[in-house]
Write a protein that binds this ligand. Structure first.
Ligand SMILES: C[S@@+](CC[C@H](N)C(=O)[O-])C[C@H]1O[C@@H](n2cnc3c(N)ncnc32)[C@H](O)[C@@H]1O
Length: 288
């Protein structure tokens, strides 16, 4: 079978699925399997494909048709200009989270340039937040926590790939318990988290990619989705220096509720930052 025939087969099979670009995904999967650029696929439509690649391609297309995330097939996802290794069991990094990361990068560059800073990150997943921050901000050291073994394995792979072993460390545990033995109380400049924030009863309504294949532990934020904010905010006061920053990713309708939670706990200069769709996406505050 030649490239164009195989792509056509991919398009036919994927065509029945919602929210996806069948031709683009077929091209991406085939270029991954052949270890070539997408442009090679575009320009070599009549090139014969070895049978074992055809079989693998059709197998991946079948999985994709059932909603299996493309990033789990390709085992990678680009985040803020960096390539992250990803596998099933870990949340796929989202563009929304780039807004959180960008806010911190700008804040540090504008206000704390070259000053050594200690950062804590809770719920690290693939490690995309601490590793991106440490990659772009040479003055920070990050202590990152996750409760999940697969997440920590993947985060460690990404840390090795990005050569950031000297400034990012990963710990296993339940939120701050993961770093409780490090005596970091009162020494942290920034605490950042993209915690699970989907209300439990909204999970069945999510896109199939997310609800069927991404880890529940990374999604489920309890009844209102606010469980993790309620745990993190009061405890963060123990770890932050006076004037230290707390920065969260939030669900589109959680801005006011998380803002109030921060106010109640004595945080000042609270802002809600919107994503590119104009929805609330990040809340930040400073310990007063
Ligand atoms: C929404 S994901 C965020 C992952 C990653 N930081 C990102 O932005 O792509 C939340 C992460 O929190 C972790 N998590 C869930 N409960 C936790 C807990 N009690 N303590 C620490 N981490 C937890 C999950 O395993 C998951 O990796």
């Amino acid at each position: 079978m030649v490239i164009n025939e195989l792509l056509q087969l991919g398009v036919e099979k994927l065509g029945e699925r919602e929210y996806l670009d069948p031709l683009l995904e077929s091209i991406i999967i085939l270029s991954y399997l052949q270890n070539v650029d997408k442009s090679y696929i575009y320009t070599h439509g009549d090139k014969e494909i070895p049978e074992e690649i055809v079989d693998k391609f059709l197998n991946f297309i079948e999985k994709r048709k059932k909603g299996y995330p493309l990033s789990y097939i390709l085992k990678e996802k680009e985040f803020y200009g960096l390539d992250f290794y990803i596998e099933e069991g870990v949340l796929v990094p989202r563009p929304d989270t780039e807004i959180l990361v960008e806010w911190i990068i700008n804040k540090v560059n504008n206000e704390f340039k070259d000053k050594p800073l200690n950062v804590v990150e809770l719920g690290t997943g693939s490690g995309c937040i601490p590793l991106t921050l440490a990659y772009y901000l040479k003055n920070i050291k990050v202590f990152a926590v996750d409760i999940d073994e697969v997440a920590l394995k993947v985060a460690n792979i990404n840390r090795d790939n990005l050569n950031l072993n000297d400034r990012v460390s990963f710990y296993k545990g339940d939120l701050f318990n993961g770093i409780s033995s490090l005596q970091l109380e009162g020494k942290i400049d920034i605490i950042v988290s993209n915690p699970p924030y989907i209300p439990t009863n909204a999970i069945p309504e999510l896109q199939i990619e997310v609800r069927e294949y991404e880890p529940k532990k990374a999604l489920d934020g309890g009844e209102e989705g606010l469980l993790f904010y309620k745990k993190i905010v009061p405890e963060s006061k123990k770890y932050l220096k006076s004037g230290g920053i707390l920065a969260f990713e939030i669900g589109y309708d959680q801005g006011m509720k998380v803002k109030k939670l921060l106010e109640k706990n004595g945080f000042k200069d609270i802002s809600i930052i919107k994503d590119f769709q104009g929805l609330d996406r990040v809340v930040v505050g400073r310990l007063g």
